[in-house]
Design a protein around this ligand. Sequence first.
Ligand code: CP3
Length: 339
Amino acid sequence: MTKIILDVLNGVRPKRPPVWLMRQAGRYLPEYRQVRATAKNFIDFCLSPEKAAAVTLQPIDRFGFDAAILFADILLIPMTLGRKVWFEPGEGPRLDTLTADDIRTLEIGSVEDILGPVGETVSIVSGRLPGTTTLIGFAGSPWTVATYMIEGGGSKDRWNARRMYWQHPEAMARLLDLIADSTVRYLVMQARAGAEVLKLFDSWAEGMPPQMFNDVVIRPTKRIIDGLRAAGIDQPVIGFPKGAGISYRRYAEQTGVTALALDHGLDADWAVNNLPEGMPLQGQLDPAVLGAGGQALDAETDRIISAFESRPHIFNLGHGITPDVPIEHVQQLVERIRG
Ligand code: CP3
């Protein structure tokens, strides 16, 4: 049986694009909320292989998406560097804040033990997926993970992290290298457990000068991909430098990614004409359109499918699905794509 997403990542263009959605396992699904309610807290949930595997499979059972994405979170990696991470109900992630001084003494712990349960989740899902569905593993990219570590959670403008890059460049470089090296071990584990594609989420790749983009986005991403290849991992890697604008091009040319996930702010025609020839592209429906539904959803779905007609293309959102999205809108989207 062939896996259509693997075909597309190998440069094949099927009649209709395959589809999956970022955050497809999540609170918009009642069956997700049900399993979620049995977990002590969000981190525990991510580290409970049977529960995490169950919610990874839910959107596949319901919608027949072409890929399942491992259920976990990008903020597990700070735990491998000895940092505390927790989720405040109704608010979001919290971490103990990190200063330049703290960074000098950070060390990578036993990634394979601390995040071992995630490897188990991958094995369980891998054994239960339909033969045509691709299993995607993932991690956060170093810059995005670093911003949460330095800020102690989400922040409006990542001010402390951005200032640290200019004020303590050596500390920032060390932090990004540590995150990258820990992430390589984490992704090697996922790949060996059965992840067939790996995705790197750089949610905060927007709004920085070009040299800084090279230093905090391109270089650490390349370090991860080089590390994976050196470890004999040859799975395709999808890079998602969200908000990078025209810097998507340098990212595509210099990091070693196989494919690019595009956010909804990037001009599709620019992307088709300026990103490396033949490179598979994933995206880029605005999640707000999925929230709206109706004719707007059909029209935008059609526009995106035709915009990427000349490319190997995987249909997806430009960012994660939001908890308020009605399930019928997701159904409508999938039916429209499949014609
Ligand atoms: O279905 C999937 O896409 C796989 C699982 C997944 C989650 N988070 C589950 C999750 C993935 C790939 C992520 C990535 C992630 N996590 C990112 C990068 C992508 C992006 O959205 O920009 C980031 C920045 C995070 C950090 C994070 N995790 C935040 C800021 C939050 C709180 C915000 C919110 O939506 O509540 C989370 C929690 C989280 N991660 C939830 C899920 C399903 C919701 C929490 C819950 O169920 O209680």
